[in-house]
Design a protein around this ligand. Structure first.
Ligand SMILES: Nc1ncnc2c1ncn2[C@@H]1O[C@H](COP(=O)(O)OP(=O)(O)OP(=O)(O)O)[C@@H](O)[C@H]1O
Ligand SMILES: [Mg+2]
Length: 254
């Protein structure tokens, strides 16, 4: 399970984020970007952040450290912005936090070229989890101390919204034609050879074990949180072996 901390101060809203993520301080003196269970798609978005983020980290990609942040809704009482106040009131209990990368800049492909190996690893990973949120318009990549960091995996694993179709998703193509790193000749074959063998049942069990139980309970069709954890792991395990053949929009007219 993710490390748990408790929010002690709401600092400010990160206005660029569509889901109104906030910057908070916690009782471990850390500063976190916080994503709320009371926002948009709620806890499923946060589960996607955890599974994709913790998987990416174990594949050697840089992802800010994730924690579970306990929130007492009274923290919202002093907020002047009614939208923020509503969000905090609706998000009591455990939410998601990620280390705030102070001084990080939003990724600009013109200013920060990537190598084919790194681009290949990131495109392959995005195809595996079905990430549609890494386009050149909205890369969700940060540059921090001269290195690329991956953020915002809330829209990955779309199959979690329709479990009966999840198993067949292993065959679904991934359109990389808008991908932020497409221009850097991503080495997909190299990435697949290196990363696919790492995506084992054991690794996925370790990854899904990080999801807090409270986000997993009550899902229709699943008796226990661990049943649902296995449902998250299965499509990823099946997809890892074949996904390199399913990536479209990279070869040819670059
Ligand atoms: N760990 C972090 N460190 C520093 N800045 C961050 C971090 N996470 C997010 N940000 C900043 O906050 C913005 C919004 O975060 P994020 O993209 O995760 O939120 P979102 O609501 O899912 O966004 P959207 O749906 O608009 O893409 C990012 O574009 C980035 O500028
Ligand atoms: Mg974003």
């Amino acid at each position: 399970m993710l490390k748990e901390v408790t929010a002690t101060r709401y600092i400010t809203a990160l206005r660029e984020g569509g889901s109104l993520p906030g910057l908070v301080e916690a009782d471990d003196f850390g500063t976190y970007v916080m994503k709320f269970t009371g926002a948009g798609q709620g806890r499923k978005t946060l589960i996607a952040e955890v599974v994709s983020g913790e998987l990416a980290r174990r594949l050697g990609l840089r992802v800010p450290r994730l924690v579970a942040i306990g929130l007492d809704p009274v923290l919202g009482l002093g907020e002047p912005d009614p939208e923020v106040q509503e969000l905090l009131k609706a998000s009591g209990g455990l939410n998601l936090g990620m280390d705030f990368l102070s001084g990080a800049l939003g990724y600009d492909p013109l200013a920060f070229p990537a190598g084919p190996e790194e681009a290949g690893r990131i495109v392959w990973f995005d195809a595996l989890v079905g990430n549609v949120d890494r386009s050149w318009r909205n890369p969700n990549l940060l540059v921090h101390r001269g290195e690329l960091w991956l953020i915002d995996h809330g829209a990955t694993m779309i199959w979690q919204h329709h479990w009966p179709g999840a198993e067949t998703s292993a065959a679904r193509p991934y359109d990389a034609s808008d991908h932020a790193l497409r221009r850097f000749a991503p080495d997909i074959a190299g990435a697949a050879a290196e990363l696919a063998p790492l995506v084992t049942e054991e690794l996925l069990a370790e990854v899904t074990a990080e999801i807090p139980d409270v986000w997993l309970s009550g899902e229709p069709g699943f008796d226990t949180p661990d049943d649902l954890r296995r449902a998250y792991a299965r499509p990823l395990l099946a997809r890892a072996a074949v996904v390199h053949e399913r990536i479209q929009g990279i070869e040819g007219d670059r």
